[in-house]
Design a protein around this ligand. Structure first.
Ligand SMILES: [Zn+2]
Length: 317
């Protein structure tokens, strides 16, 4: 019986698991990322915990896959990070080979999440998917005809940074008016706080659900209020899903995937996200270009990238 090691290095959490060929998680070690500790702290945790998992696996661990929460040049297998110090240009696969004696494949978390859902989650049984994470930002990964699409610069699937609005807000990428500035969790929360300032009456229920503090409004409290049918919250959700529908429709027009899978914290809203999204898509759709791409919520939740890391490991094993 053999297995692989999957590692998910994220800005907030990290997860390490042992997986069998069917994608069953046999063991797991996870914790909060201490970003002040930088690269050295993270590598130390991974080394210690991986050795322990491998030691008690009771079966051969054949290879390792890593999901990295930042840009990865897939061709060169090189990671970098905007937020945590020390990662730029770091050869993570070589480090794994030296420290854990395992061959290793590294990809960014959106691609790993796409692969995880494709192999073991909501994408099973399809040949092509677009996976979109709606959280602090918006990330995306594409599986096209059973293969992850990387593109010339490892930038394929960056749906969050498609410019949608000329007069839009500045984006984390340096651009302006990107999809991410309009319907990420951060953008939805910001819109709620802005509206609460100008129109507290309209946002009364959302404010109530945010411990009475208009500045504590988040995408989560907005979706909770929307689920109760609150008018102000529904207005914001309607606006955000309108932008998301436009972004997804562009992706459908280019890729026409079997399924679009929505992950990340915002997707936890489930039907309260999907229903207005479908309404917008229906209104935008042209009858002559009728598509059958389905839209689903991720099945593996926060663990999609970890399962994808295991799938990367299996590509080497
Ligand atoms: Zn951007």
């Amino acid at each position: 019986m053999d297995s692989v090691l999957g590692i998910d290095i994220g800005g907030n959490n990290f997860r390490i698991g042992i997986f069998d060929r069917e994608g069953r998680r046999l063991d797991l070690s996870e914790g909060r990322t201490d970003s002040s500790g930088g690269r050295e702290w993270m590598l130390n945790e991974i080394h210690k915990r991986s050795q322990s998992l491998i030691g008690k696996a009771g079966r051969q661990v054949q290879a390792c896959g890593i999901s990295f929460g930042g840009p990865v040049n897939y061709e060169r297998q090189e990671v970098s990070s905007m937020h945590v110090s020390g990662w730029r240009g770091f050869d993570l696969a070589r480090w794994v080979k030296e420290k854990l004696q395992l061959d290793c494949l590294v990809d960014n978390d959106a691609n790993a999440g796409a692969l995880g859902e494709f192999r073991y989650g909501a994408g099973r049984g399809t040949h092509s998917i677009l996976y979109v994470t709606l959280s602090t930002g918006i990330g995306g990964g594409v599986v096209c005809e059973d293969k992850l699409l990387h593109g010339r610069d490892s930038l394929a699937g960056e749906l969050g940074h498609v410019p949608m609005s000329v007069a839009g807000a500045p984006c984390s990428c340096g651009g302006r008016g990107c999809l991410e500035t309009l319907c990420s969790g951060t953008a939805i929360g910001l819109r709620g706080r802005g509206l609460a300032k100008n129109n507290p009456e309209l946002m009364a229920r959302t404010i109530e659900l945010s411990s009475g503090d208009p500045q504590a409004i988040t995408a989560e409290t907005i979706f909770r209020a929307a689920a109760e049918g609150d008018k102000g919250a529904l207005f914001i959700v309607r606006e955000a899903t309108g932008w998301l529908a436009r972004g997804l429709l562009a992706a459908i027009r280019i890729l026409n995937p079997d399924r679009i899978i929505l992950g990340g914290g915002v997707a936890l809203a489930g039907k309260h996200l999907l229903d207005p999204l479908h309404e917008h898509l229906e209104a935008l759709n042209a009858p002559t270009l009728k598509y059958s791409t389905q839209i689903a919520v991720a099945e593996l939740g926060n663990y999609s990238p970890l399962y994808g890391a295991a799938a990367l490991g299996w590509e080497l094993a």
